[in-house]
Design a protein around this ligand. Structure first.
Ligand SMILES: NC(=O)c1ccc[n+]([C@@H]2O[C@H](COP(=O)([O-])OP(=O)(O)OC[C@H]3O[C@@H](n4cnc5c(N)ncnc54)[C@H](OP(=O)(O)O)[C@@H]3O)[C@@H](O)[C@H]2O)c1
Length: 232
């Protein structure tokens, strides 16, 4: 990346996932990146999206490795407790819907709460969250996937709101919702053939290039791995 200076520090949350792990590799190979820290359910400190205290502890534990100029949250889930996305209204289930919101909207919002304070103030810094095009309300022409779509739409609103607040205090910061494309991963495997999907490395290379070019603004960006803006 060119826009964050010659020795930027990065943190990848959800580094155990296919896309998160590819971010770690790409950033370790970037000569401009001085250090990459990882956080997942399997690192020390560890965290869970369902446990705010664990996020606060992890943020405190990682704070000496900051401040960071780039934080990426690559967490997310589609199949929850063995249940895949709902194809029709009759499949809606309150427990599954709430779990989807817990993991894809509430958890990431609490990560924003605890980790934006680790971004470096007073200069360009980026907080990027993996969202999904299916969370776009205006782009929804196919229907289905109720819980995943709605939880990503809620996530986008939380990010947009946080971006407006952050811009008042830190006008050089960039907050972004990312659409990675269809990427080979445990999340997508039940729904797409590998031939039709990007490798995580291809997707991540595109997303880093897209992030590099985003200007600071009041409000979040919603951008895909090709650098194209996605309608909210
Ligand atoms: N793959 C695609 O085609 C695609 C398309 C559009 C959007 N996305 C988005 O991209 C992001 C990454 O997806 P991926 O394909 O890389 O999926 P993945 O390989 O399944 O990775 C998901 C990540 O989320 C973490 N996670 C899930 N539940 C958690 C919890 N309760 N607490 C803490 N961490 C938790 C996982 O941790 P564990 O390793 O501990 O399970 C893992 O690090 C997601 O937000 C997804 O919605 C993906």
């Amino acid at each position: 990346m060119n826009s964050l200076g010659s020795a930027f520090r990065a943190l990848v949350i959800g580094s155990s996932g296919a896309i998160g792990a590819a971010f770690v590799v790409a950033l370790r190979n970037d000569p401009a990146c001085a250090c990459v820290s990882e956080l997942s359910r399997h690192t020390a400190p560890a965290f869970s999206l369902e446990d705010e205290a664990s996020m606060a502890q992890a943020a405190q534990g990682l704070s000496p490795l900051g401040p960071f100029q780039l934080i990426i949250d690559a967490t997310g889930t589609l199949t929850i407790d063995g249940q895949g996305p709902e194809k029709h209204l009759g499949a809606l289930n309150a427990t599954a819907l709430l779990r989807s919101f817990q993991l894809n909207s509430v958890g990431p919002a609490l990560l924003l709460k605890h980790f934006t304070p680790l971004l470096e103030p007073g200069r360009r810094a980026i907080y990027a969250k993996l969202s999904a095009r299916v969370g776009s309300i205006s782009d929804n022409r196919k229907g289905g996937w109720y819980g995943y779509r709605a939880s990503k739409a809620a996530l986008n609103m939380l990010l947009q709101t946080a971006a407006i607040e952050c811009h008042r205090k830190q006008p050089q910061w960039v907050l972004a919702a990312l659409q990675p494309g269809t990427v080979r991963s445990p999340l997508s495997a039940p729904f797409v053939g590998t031939a039709d999907a990007l490798t995580p490395a291809q997707s991540v290379a595109g997303m880093l290039q897209a992030l590099d070019g985003l200007p600071a603004q009041s409000g979040a960006h919603f951008v895909d791995y090709q650098g194209d803006f996605v309608p909210w």
